[in-house]
Design a binder for this molecule. Structure first.
Ligand code: TRP
Length: 349
């Protein structure tokens, strides 16, 4: 009986002392996000933050974009677009610390330190770099053509982003798993020498939400089949009208389970709305009518966020304020941890 009380007491104390696990992810600004980005990454990340179970940090990885975007105006635009998108789709800065990577100079110090514990061979095998090198070779070009050191060292920067905050969980798409593995390798190499200084991160792979694009393939910027989130209504309507359909006449019964329009409709509708549309399909719906229904539901979902997005984009100072506040919260933590890393390596006392 007495023993139970002791355990209860300790558990209670532990819970009081215990911090929430740290959850961090980076968002590379590469242009206005589309419906596929929203459903596959933005929406789940915002819902996860709303559970209150984690201490969440979502940052704009502008240094990662700098590996390929060498146009200052475009860079600025992309950063604002991506920040405004997350904020207008429901990210609450009181629940999530949102900041700009380049506002945290400690990440750069971390980057150098970690690069001294990163096997070059890992970089050679990192698939993003390997794919460009392979394409060069295939096309008879010099293997290194168009590859700067930023592209080559990308995984070390990503490890720095993750490790400087002692991150526990990293929500990412499956394409980023190798990078998390590399971060864990770096932790092992470092900790083997200096002790348990760095925290090994765990990937949280989001189950893939298959959002089809205008041509039926996965919605992706590289296929040019996307529906960007914040188009003026007319443009959104026009784009939806481009969705590929077959040549069945309007009165022919149609199969909702074999329809791109219906697949997209499902993401933005209730079960009752889906049943209604399915019934209309079976009775015979014109593709123009089906597209009009799809436009309606998407437009309802986006009307409010679009207004918020436009307001933010018209006042980028509002976005800067939020990002500055985020950086101000992160920098003291960064400085403190960096100090312990430097002490461990014999750089500071
Ligand atoms: N590399 C990631 C991507 O392309 C973005 C990113 C940068 C990231 N740093 C990160 C993701 C740290 C998670 C954690 O999508």
């Amino acid at each position: 009986m007495e023993g139970d009380n002791v355990v209860t007491f300790h558990l209670y104390r532990y819970r009081l002392l215990m911090k929430k696990p740290i959850c961090l992810t980076g968002i590379k600004p590469t242009g206005m996000p589309h419906l596929g980005n929203y459903l596959g990454a933005i929406k789940p990340a915002i819902s996860m933050a709303a559970t209150g179970k984690y201490d969440c940090f979502y940052f704009i990885a502008d240094y990662h974009s700098l590996t390929t975007i060498h146009d200052a105006k475009l860079m600025r635009e992309y950063v604002y677009e991506v920040a405004a998108t997350w904020l207008s789709m429901g990210l609450n800065p009181d629940q999530v610390t949102i900041y700009r990577q380049s506002d945290i100079p400690e990440i750069m110090e971390m980057n150098w330190i970690l690069s001294c514990f990163t096997a070059k061979g890992h970089m050679n095998r990192a698939h993003a770099y390997k794919a460009i090198a392979a394409e060069n070779t295939q096309n008879g070009r010099d293997v290194d053509q168009g590859i700067n050191m930023g592209i080559y060292g990308y995984p070390v920067l990503m490890a720095s982003d993750i490790l400087f905050l002692q991150t526990n969980f990293v929500p990412v798409g499956a394409d980023q798993l190798q990078h998390i593995e590399i971060a864990r390798e770096i932790v092992s190499s470092f900790n083997a020498i200096y002790g348990e200084v760095l925290t090994p991160p765990e990937a949280m792979v989001q189950s893939e939400t298959l959002v089809p694009g205008l041509d039926g393939r996965k919605m992706s910027k590289s296929y040019q089949n996307t529906i960007p989130l914040f188009l003026p209504e007319k443009k959104l309507q026009k784009l939806i009208n481009k969705i590929k359909t077959d040549s069945l006449p309007p009165e022919a019964p149609k199969d909702p389970s074999d329809s791109l329009i219906f697949d997209l409709f499902k993401f933005f509708s209730t079960k009752a709305q889906q049943d209604d549309l399915a019934a209309w399909y079976k009775k015979g719906i014109g593709w123009g009518e089906a597209k009009a229904e799809l436009f309606k539901v998407i437009n309802v979902a986006l009307t409010e966020p679009r207004a918020k997005y436009e307001e933010l984009m018209a006042n980028p100072a509002l976005i800067d304020n939020i990002l500055d506040e985020g950086a101000a919260k992160v920098r003291p933590k960064a400085a403190e941890f960096l100090k312990s890393v430097k002490v461990a390596t014999g750089m500071s006392r």
